[in-house]
Design a protein around this ligand. Structure first.
Ligand code: HEC
Length: 104
């Protein structure tokens, strides 16, 4: 499935963002660690959501809720809470990882 980036900002052109190269270890886990695990970890599962470790992250991704909250879709809380929205590149990388089957 091709990934069509939306709302690109100038510094976020497709050239600079090879979303399809995103892997769990190189991209997804570091993003969750930096931006989400403060509140969603083994020790602190805000709203019952744990985003620490592959199985937990995959579970939220598979439910569809992970993409919704980081894209600030209607009807869900916007994440990361009380911090700025992910860059378009980060969003596209998460999207590409999910589309490619959420490999570990
Ligand atoms: C500062 C703490 C904090 C951070 C950082 C944070 N969250 Fe949350 N998250 C919450 C709280 C609190 C809720 C409960 C809903 C609310 O109060 O907005 C929540 C709810 C959620 C939900 C459940 C939404 C639903 O409707 O079922 C998901 C999924 C989620 N967060 C994912 C993330 C992701 C992904 C990140 C990182 C991009 C993140 N959160 C960062 C505090 C946080």
């Amino acid at each position: 499935m091709p990934i069509v980036p939306q709302n690109q900002s100038p510094k976020d052109k497709a050239d600079d963002c090879n979303a399809s190269a995103a892997t769990f270890v190189s991209t997804i886990e570091p993003l969750m660690k930096a931006k989400c695990q403060n509140c969603h970890s083994n020790g602190n599962g805000a709203d019952g959501v744990n985003l620490e470790g592959y199985e937990n992250i995959k579970k939220q991704a598979a439910k569809g809720i992970l993409m919704k909250v980081i894209e600030h879709q209607e009807g869900v809380p916007r994440m990361p809470k009380m911090a700025s929205k992910f860059s378009d590149c980060d969003i596209n990388q998460v999207k590409a990882w999910i589309a490619a089957g959420m490999k570990e």
